[in-house]
Design a binder for this molecule. Structure first.
Ligand code: ACO
Length: 379
């Protein structure tokens, strides 16, 4: 084994996994071997979550039972709601979500009469179904409203939009949001998934595992780029300003948000799907000036950065879609978590099948054998 230090562990395999596959050169993403395009066309978020977590597409009865379980656990305890009510209204939504997920674990510990498998299944259901409710509850409460209870006649995506906005979404808008959840559900060993793996390897409970992952997702280098894209498009303001804006930014060695990816050196396959969804949303529900600006940004970036393998990533169009669906921009990262919880849980299950606690080494760069100086002699 070489002792070579690789910053950010770039290219260092941290695990063996059969959950998702990425080919960055050819723009391929597969969940359990199924191309993301096929899932986006034909699957649903809950079916995809099942696929990721249980490693096969469910048969009809399995899917119906899984959906029914998720639906029946959407509500959160009054004590969680009371806790959310005590959060500062201006608090960061990802921090609120992280606290909620950790608190959830206090209410659902493993009990003596429960097998480990039963506990794992119950926790999986609770996390998938309650994370959306907790995000919507925080949003309603920071506005000074009572939380909007979930509606059993609405699907997973539609119900979240309803709890968040108080309006029943158009079925096509709900479907588009469901596809967005599928696209963000899993992406190999990214930072938050790695964080989940490390915590899982200590045999911490699943709520703690997902709390760790959510904390890691909250950083601006991971979640949050789509919020920056919207800010950038608003800053640009008009199509005519696109080229000078990009050129000025590049001349100052600043990054263009929503383009470039550590793995993809072609257009991210999820960005292609999201662009089509954005187009459909704006065609159906009204035009967006920001979308026109985004198309021009992509065109200019292709011209100026394409030869370096820098193309739109998943965040380039997702913010536009979310904004059109009525999701406030500071909830984009919590929405990412609503989706990615499926991938985190899949990796938690997988880690436990062949667990070894993570304990990497370090390259020590400090001094050695230094004599202790008493306080009175220090200057
Ligand atoms: N705009 C301008 N230049 C860029 C961009 C960009 N968005 N991305 C990379 N580059 C340039 C860098 O300046 C660097 O140039 P240099 O060699 O002259 O210094 C070169 O490309 C390589 O950059 P790295 O940071 O080493 O590439 P890396 O693969 O680590 O970057 C990253 C990936 C962090 C996503 C980067 O492309 C970026 O900052 N993009 C903008 C932020 C963004 O959209 N993040 C969301 C990513 S998707 C996700 O996390 C879900």
């Amino acid at each position: 084994m070489s002792g070579e230090y690789v910053p950010g562990l770039e290219g260092v395999p941290a695990t063996r996994s059969n959950i998702s596959f990425v080919d960055g050169k050819n723009g391929i993403l597969e969940y359990r071997g199924i191309p993301i395009e096929q899932l986006a066309e034909s699957s649903t978020f809950l079916e995809t979550a099942f696929l990721l977590i249980f490693a096969h597409l469910p048969i009809k009865d399995e899917l119906l039972a899984f959906e029914a379980e998720i639906l029946s656990h959407r509500r959160v305890k009054y004590r969680i709601r009371d806790m959310i009510k005590s959060f500062p209204e201006g608090g960061r939504p990802m921090v609120a979500l992280q606290a909620c997920i950790a608190a959830l674990g206090l209410f659902y510990p493993i009990s003596r009469d429960m097998s480990k498998e039963e506990y794992a299944y119950n926790s999986t259901i609770r996390l998938l179904s309650k994370v959306p409710t907790m995000v919507a509850t925080f949003h309603q409460m920071r506005l000074g409203n009572d939380p909007i209870p979930p509606r059993d006649d609405l699907g997973h995506a539609g119900n979240f939009l309803y709890m968040l906005t108080g309006r029943e979404p158009d079925p096509r808008a709900a479907r588009i949001f469901d596809v967005c959840l599928m696209l963000h559900a899993e992406h190999t060993v990214n930072a938050s998934t790695f964080s989940a793996l490390v915590t899982a390897s200590t045999l911490a409970d699943p709520y703690t595992v997902i709390t760790s992952a959510a904390g890691t997702l909250s950083g601006p280098l991971h979640g949050g780029a789509n919020e920056e894209v919207i800010r950038m498009l608003k800053d640009i303001g008009t199509i005519e300003r696109v080229r000078p804006y990009i050129e000025e930014r590049l001349a100052r060695k600043e990054r263009i948000m929503g383009v470039g990816h550590r793995v993809y050196k072609v257009k991210d396959p999820r960005a292609k799907i999201l662009q089509n969804l954005a187009q459909e949303l704006f065609d159906r529900f009204g035009h967006s000036r920001l979308y026109d600006i985004a198309l021009e940004v992509e065109r200019v970036c292709d011209e100026l950065l394409g030869h370096r393998g820098i193309y739109p990533n998943v965040d380039f169009y997702s913010g536009l879609v979310y904004e059109k669906l009525g999701i406030p921009s500071d909830l984009f990262t919590p929405v990412f978590a609503i989706s990615r919880v499926a991938g985190w849980l899949a990796h938690w299950h997988e880690q436990l099948t062949d667990n070894r606690i993570f304990r990497p080494s370090q390259v020590y760069t400090g001094t050695r054998q230094v004599e202790y100086t008493p306080l009175s002699l220090r200057s």
